[in-house]
Design a binder for this molecule. Sequence first.
Ligand SMILES: [Zn+2]
Length: 117
Amino acid sequence: MGAHVAGGSAIRGSRVGAGPMGESERGESAPRVRVGFWCANGHDTRIVFAHDVEVPETWDCPRCGLPAGQDQQNPPPPPRTEPYKTHLAYVRERRSDEDGAALLEEALQRLRARRGA
Ligand SMILES: [Zn+2]
């Protein structure tokens, strides 16, 4: 036992991925996810992630630099480049772990208070 070793051909021949339809493997030995991102300018970007990687919610569009989201119908709005700080920008900066819904609620309450009573 051990004197006879059959080279590596057995391992080579039984490679997974070569489909019955002559589809040779496209380097996809590991599972991947292909995710589409759309920016506000309508560019679509396909990014392939390894399956164990956390897919980000947004991706910077490589063509125009705008943030692109996974929802084609509802891409993230382009960031404003206004000379002064908007209230929204202020809120964004302030946001850390705070829930967006809570912020919205807060804003609504402030609105009501200003309008109200
Ligand atoms: Zn774009």
